[in-house]
Design a protein around this ligand. Structure first.
Ligand SMILES: Cc1cc2nc3c(=O)[nH]c(=O)nc-3n(C[C@H](O)[C@H](O)[C@H](O)COP(=O)(O)OP(=O)(O)OC[C@H]3O[C@@H](n4cnc5c(N)ncnc54)[C@H](O)[C@@H]3O)c2cc1C
Length: 464
């Protein structure tokens, strides 16, 4: 793939399309847009642009397409697989200024937003309505980045990932054409599902300039519990038993002993230091919630639980959730001189216990510090490995561990990535996962972006 580097003349023309102060080739701006939150090496773009409306995005793409300059979209750069790193340099389109909440339609449980809206800000705005946007990746992510990565988070076991929470998007294609995909209806049988095609496409097929997202009712009541087990395998088996029983938790998270030690040390929460599940239910009636918790207690007892703390109040629950959200950061802080890799696979729920045991066994072979956690109720496992930053032997071992776990997940009928996306890190597994289906993904890419200018170097194994 050969792209043109933008010349001084190109930059001047781009300044004419936007305005001079929204086009930068300054070193600090290039650095800020060279790396996300992953371990992948940085790559500086040639220039960063900040559009303020769809027409500007369209004009930039038409221009870049004509001049064969690559364009990578940027939300807030919180990805964990190198998704927004401009590996072929070119232009980065930062959506920070397209951050308006355009309309909240309470009666339809919908909101129209620009892609640069940080989802926590939308939820703060929605508080008085009793509604909220459910995908919850924890980091300060934008709605555009959440949709483009099909991100999920803690409550995806109940509300799904981005895909289940977006109804309609406006998209600018590589040639500058503007289209709308989806509708504001909850149901549709109308033709091919272009909306789903763009969700999770990581800015490789088109750039989102507006989204109508689905909102959910804030729960009237909730109950939460922490259940401890002698081993991660037993905890994972209990996850399977809970889901199989037909219970529908709002959150079902697994955290291993290493994570709990860290949380206890930094937040003084005082959880039993053994592999644990955090379980939460939402509902209307107190009696129903109590019944659900009783069932969880019974199932956990059968699964060998050695600790059960239920009826956690709002304060403790929020403290625990906060600690869970900050886990990635805590892990990083506690290992100076080391870099993290966050593995993300998802498997059918019956394979979850086996996958968790395998991940633990593979990681235990070396002395590299590791942490296991995940959105267990969705069969989604995360493993953080902390490798010495400049130690190629450790990184070769990490690569091996990563590969063996991802390949095992695919063999189980699962996927190389449950929610972080393919980015750079998961490209090499795409053929194993999709087989000849990958060729058809590539055909779609060629149809929508014939010159391959949109976020090149991502998703497809041969793209670099
Ligand atoms: C501490 C931490 C915890 C996390 N926890 C979770 C978690 O629990 N669940 C989870 O799913 N993720 C999690 N993530 C990953 C990350 O937050 C999500 O993937 C998030 O959706 C990225 O959003 P962003 O705005 O930062 O997008 P970016 O990282 O900037 O971009 C993401 C991708 O979207 C593309 N893109 C951005 N804007 C647009 C647009 N307008 N149109 C088209 N393409 C666009 C980019 O090119 C890139 O490919 C976590 C990250 C961190 C750092």
């Amino acid at each position: 793939m050969k792209f043109q580097s933008p010349t001084k003349k190109h930059i001047q023309l781009l300044k004419d399309i936007l305005s001079p102060e929204r086009v930068s080739s300054g070193q600090s701006n290039l650095d800020l847009h060279s790396i996300d939150q992953s371990h992948h090496p940085p790559s500086r773009p040639d220039a960063v642009l900040w559009p303020i409306n769809a027409q500007e995005v369209s004009d930039i793409l038409a221009f870049a397409n004509q001049e064969n300059i690559s364009v990578t979209a940027w939300g807030s750069g919180s990805s964990l697989e190198g998704n927004p790193i401009p590996v072929f340099k070119g232009l980065v389109l930062d959506f920070t200024y397209m951050n308006r909440i355009l309309q909240i339609r309470e009666k339809d449980f919908q909101a129209d937003v620009e892609p640069g809206v940080i989802y926590q800000r939308l939820n703060t705005r929605l508080k008085h309505t009793g509604l909220f946007f459910a995908p919850d990746p924890g980091a300060h992510a934008t709605i555009g980045g959440i949709i483009a990565n099909n991100a999920g988070g803690i409550r995806s076991v109940r509300y799904g990932s981005a895909r289940q929470n977006v109804l309609q998007i406006k998209v600018v294609l590589a040639n500058g054409e503007q289209i709308t995909a989806g509708s504001r209806s909850l149901k549709t049988s109308s033709g091919y599902d272009l909306l789903d095609l763009f969700v999770g496409s990581e800015g490789t097929l088109g750039l989102i300039t507006e989204a109508t997202v689905r909102l959910r009712g804030l729960p009237e009541r909730s109950v939460a519990a922490i259940v401890s087990f002698p081993s991660v395998k037993m905890a994972a088996k209990a996850v399977f038993d809970i889901i199989r029983s037909g219970l529908e938790p709002a959150a079902l998270e697994m955290i291993d002993t290493n994570c709990i030690r860290l949380i206890n040390r930094e937040d003084s929460i005082g959880i039993n230091e053994s592999p644990s599940l955090f379980i939460e239910f939402y509902g209307v009636a107190k009696a129903q919630l109590e019944q659900e918790m009783d069932m969880v207690r019974e199932i956990s007892r059968h699964a060998g639980a050695n600790g059960f703390v239920s009826g956690i109040g709002d304060r403790d629950r929020n403290a625990l959730l906060k600690a869970r959200y900050e886990l990635g950061e805590k892990i990083r802080r506690s290992h100076p001189g080391r870099t993290h890799i966050v593995l993300d696979v998802a498997v059918p729920i019956s394979s979850f216990p086996e996958t968790v045991s395998f991940a633990k066994q593979e990681s235990s072979v070396t002395d590299i510090p590791f942490y296991i956690f995940g959105h267990a109720g969705s069969g989604n496992l995360h493993l953080v490995l902390m490798g010495k930053t400049d130690d190629p032997t450790e990184w070769a071992a990490i690569d091996r561990i990563n590969e063996s776990i991802v390949e095992m997940a695919i063999r189980q009928g699962g996927t190389a990535t449950g929610e972080h996306g393919v980015g750079i890190g998961k490209k090499k597994f795409m053929f194993t996962e999709h087989g000849t289906g990958l060729k058809w993904m590539h055909n779609i890419k060629k149809l929508l972006d014939p010159q391959g200018i949109l976020n090149p170097g991502k998703i497809f194994p041969l793209s670099k």
